[in-house]
Design a protein around this ligand. Sequence first.
Ligand code: CP3
Length: 346
Amino acid sequence: MTTAKKLLRVLAGEALDTPPVWLMRQAGRYLPEYRATREKAGSFLDLCYTPELAEEVTLQPIRRFGFDAAILFADILLVPHALGHDVRFVAGEGPRLDPIDERGGPGSLKPVDEIDEVLAPVYETVRRLSRSLPEEVTLIGFAGAPWTVATYMIAGQGTPDQRPAREMIYRDRAGFEALMERVTDATVHYLARQIEAGAEVVKLFDSWAGSLPAPLFDRYVTQPARTIADRLRAIHPQARLIGFPRGAGPRHRAYAEAAGMDAIAVDQQMPLAWARENSNGLPLQGNLDPLLMVVGGEALRSAVRDTVAALRGYPQILNLGHGITPEADPANVELVLETARGTADG
Ligand code: CP3
């Protein structure tokens, strides 16, 4: 089947003259219209679980900028929430969860077949988006990867070095692996439902992959990604996956070979010339420094040109190396799109 959607063409292996563009966290606090809808929703979780509002904030950056892809508005912490963790977003402090009892492991979590009681509104948001998005725009669903989700469940909050989760691996391997298994099962279920509802691509965010010691990376980053990809394709053979093992560094190569992804998203520390040769031929997504979205100007313009040029002739999706920050200037998003779309033959 041929498709006109640029992002799907790239995932199928095509190198386009001008790459499709979207930005991680493109719906967010740097946009005044997001802040207004967020205010109306009350809490962040209410925003995630109210389909009309989640649809609205997903569409806001598409209307304003004309990105090639929309990413479902939700959060990676909805899975722990649906598994029975109390999740709260404290203004100015980030997420707070009830930390799991290190000895009790995941015993207190709800069974996976009950998560839809909480997550059903997210599937409704996906269904709405699949009807309301312009036809050239690809709809991306997502989930956190098991390691990254587990770091929040174990610590009960974001941590600079994921120490509580790394400690649990050494102190209570069985409890840690039981937790990983439960999150993996929930993730397969959650992503399969998103695909049924109309997500054309799903992205697996392993934002803290880099903090695992080298001997544990394959077991807790690459293998869970592979399990999720295999099980998802057994349910939905058409599933398309983008993996984001942030901070992988040289472990990127083995991840690209073994994780079963259709494309790999890379952070801004990744040299693209190296990635081009070490990605098993898979399409690459990335990897502008999010700080440039605050700075703008010639620094941003030349970074866009260099990034596009580094992957010319190779299947590429232009994005940031991590999420856009609340301080970003929306005018700089326009600059990225203009510059990227003006780079053909350049
Ligand atoms: O990309 C998008 O536009 C889609 C929506 C999206 C959000 N979070 C919305 C959000 C996505 C894909 C995520 C993923 C996510 N959430 C990750 C993985 C990607 C990454 O950034 O590493 C992680 C680690 C989380 C967990 C999370 N959610 C944290 C640590 C925070 C607080 C930090 C912060 O930026 O405030 C959130 C809250 C959150 N998720 C916000 C948004 C727009 C801001 C909350 C608000 O509006 O008050």
